[in-house]
Design a protein. Structure first.
Length: 173
């Protein structure tokens, strides 16, 4: 287990640990729920929704990704997965929290755990690409700053751009 602590907002003990093969189906369900919520909130088209909840969110994709990059899960005290993060070199490539746990410190705990792993890997900067402005605001609250924008899957999302953010981290080894 990477971390186990009581948060100021989630009422229980949260455990941050590496995702296992046994977690892939539950994490896939979490991602699909997060993407469906996001698609509703942002007014995405059916095609955009299908892209997000399709193969890029299935258990086989997660299993394959986790062979080459660390994936973390946040569990509640019953063992249920509340959120997940994936790291690719110095990038937080995914960070999603089930909507029922928004505002309870789950995302912040996952961010801190991912940031610590990136630091321990010897990087001096953490980066992320935020698909929506609320996500960019979350990352700004974690001390990140915008470094640019770039198109996101223009064949599917048209003119939508992701916000690119970065943060220097101390203590890289």
């Amino acid at each position: 287990m990477l971390a186990s602590h009581r948060t100021g907002t989630y009422h229980g003990v949260m455990h941050i640990e590496r995702m296992t093969d046994d977690d892939c189906a539950e994490v896939s369900d979490l991602l699909r729920a997060c993407f469906a919520w996001l698609a509703d909130r942002e007014g995405f088209t059916d095609r955009q929704r299908a892209f997000l909840v399709g193969p890029r969110s299935d258990a086989a994709t997660l299993r394959a990704e986790s062979q080459t990059r660390p994936h973390l899960v946040a569990r509640d005290d019953t063992g249920a997965i509340m959120g997940m993060a994936a790291i690719r070199e110095n990038e937080i490539a995914r960070l999603y929290v089930h909507a029922q746990y928004h505002g309870r410190g789950v995302g912040k705990a996952l961010f801190r755990a991912a940031e610590a792993m990136i630091r321990e890997a010897g990087f001096s900067e953490v980066t992320v690409a935020a698909l929506v402005e609320n996500a960019a605001a979350f990352y700004r609250a974690q001390g990140m700053h915008e470094i640019g924008r770039q198109p996101y899957e223009p064949d599917i999302f048209g003119d939508r751009q992701v916000v690119l953010l970065a943060k220097s981290i101390d203590g890289a080894t």
